[in-house]
Ligand binder design. Sequence first.
Ligand SMILES: Cc1ncc(COP(=O)(O)O)c(C=O)c1O
Length: 660
Amino acid sequence: MPGPSTSQRRRNAASSDFLAPWFLGAAAENEATLERLLIAFLRDHVYWRRNFHPEDPPVIGAAEQLAPDYLAAVARMEQALRELSARLKRSVPLYSPRYVGHMASDLLLPGLLAQLVTTLYNPNNVSAEAGPVTVDLEVEVGQQLARMLGYATDSRRAPAAYGHLTSGGTVANYEALWLHRAARLYPLAAADALGAVPAFAGLFRGLDAWRLANLPWPRIAALQARIEALLARAPDAAALRARLAAARVERLGMAGFLARHGLAAPVVIAPRTAHYSWPKAMQLLGLGDAQLWPAAVDAHMRLEPDSVARLLRQAWRARQPVLAVIGVLGTTEFGTIDPIARLVELREQAARRGQGFALHVDAAWGGYLSCLFRDPRGRLVPRSALRKAFRYFPSAAVHRAFGALRLADSVTVDPHKLGYIPFGAGAFIARDRRLAGFVGQRPVYLYDEANPAQSTDRLGQLGDYILEGSKAGAAAAAVYVCNRVLPLDSAHFGRVCAQTLHASEHLYDRLRETAARLAPLCRLVLPVEPDTNVCCLAVNPAGNRALATTNRFGRALYARFAIGRAGKPQGSEFLGSHTSLLRANLKDADARRIARRLGLDPAGFVVAPRDAAREADHLFLLRHTLMNPWLMHASDGRNFLDRYCEYLEQAIRATLADFA
Ligand SMILES: Cc1ncc(COP(=O)(O)O)c(C=O)c1O
């Protein structure tokens, strides 16, 4: 049932005024604030340097700064920067509300300023020794993001969540698999190394390799805790630890480990729509991307739980351990939301038959939308309350999925996407901080084992348990400062998220009106119902029945929204992106339905065309990512999306004329 009326939605859109202080602005309207604060904190940094050891003589003399060589060097530097600045003018104007392409936008000023200011100090968050301030901020940011997702963070009670930043969602996904593999295969290694040692043997009684490979997470965590407690008391602890380390998959490699335990290759189940970082992760960990089993998606590109259930049973019958099931909260191409609550149920059902796996949610895109669903006290906002603010959002399924996020074992979320932070800020968050205890590298130049402060505060020793080494503390500062001024809940950051959804609902309605106007000339179809703020469309010239022609038309239309490598963005009215709906991801009936809606011959939309040039295995789509904060900003009664739709209509008419 539709929600608020047009006038109500107009009022919602007008409330975007609150965004004014938070972004630089489409025409850098907040330039004065950026400049004032940047210079103020640049000076602050300069004084910090001068006050470190003021007794030291200057290393660069004032006279030296007047020498010809010095002046020439500074001129060279300025020249190089001028050239850079000139080249950068060809950058994509991601900040502009005329940009509706990829997952990028204007940046939150507090994050941008914090990042620029902190870069002057250049902290390295690999360890507290190189980034004492920003490592603390990163640990705190991990807790804030965890609470946004609904995780408990009280360290006195398990499970208590932890999280940290990564360079992006890709690395967070790698880390998810790295950690879950370490934890899930730990019991096998422990039994191998310690099963014959009398003090430990009881822990493994009755557990064969298959059962050890399938323990549910709470038992794995409890087993490790018990082993650590026994090791702490064991007289030969060092030797036993060395044995345990030698039996781990991290030491033996996948091939050696599996052969030793007589196990088939473990699998990971992910939806067909999963981001391409997942096959990369499988390759990197030596699991092989053939072991990434694709689960079917429905007509709207949401994971089908029945397909996951079937794959789980298949793995069970074939005695292949399942390391993880991946759900996606906001698919890259369509922004759709997988049924996370159903995946949680499947994990519990599988556990009852003895099959254990980790549930990871790739919420690189949609994770920040959790702000809308959490009130300032961390409680889930009821759907009825959310429905008052939107016309369509959130569907019952979407609300359930966000509510269930707190039960996933871990989550990827990207502050550099819907968190509006400069690039270089993804995050990995786990429901239980004990997960980090299954990996560990402690280089002696960074960690002093004899220093008790370092051994107790492990979360602060990032380099020990994350994939990256040196990493910018400035990214942590950026996220931290943003979260301070806009806490991650419905009353604060949630308002930024709400803007993107209002924009999406507006575009959705306007596109349907555009489609109705263009009906005599072409069919404009949104083949995938938007769950959130990504919206894709296909256009088929009237009378055309051949998919190859539709795709050619789509590409010709897209050329009016694209920047080529040598192109000038200023020449573009609006900038978009594209994707394709793959026939292989659709069921027969859904493919036929989409073909019919477009007026195409359903028999011409096939999984494996005989002649690849016919392009009959995909439908080319214009893709819109609606995250710019100013999309709903109106002047003379039309906002940027109204203008976009007008331009799209003109572009379709012009392309049809060229195409004829
Ligand atoms: C669902 C999903 N996961 C992972 C990623 C990878 O994130 P990043 O580009 O930050 O590495 C993306 C990027 O678009 C994504 O949409």
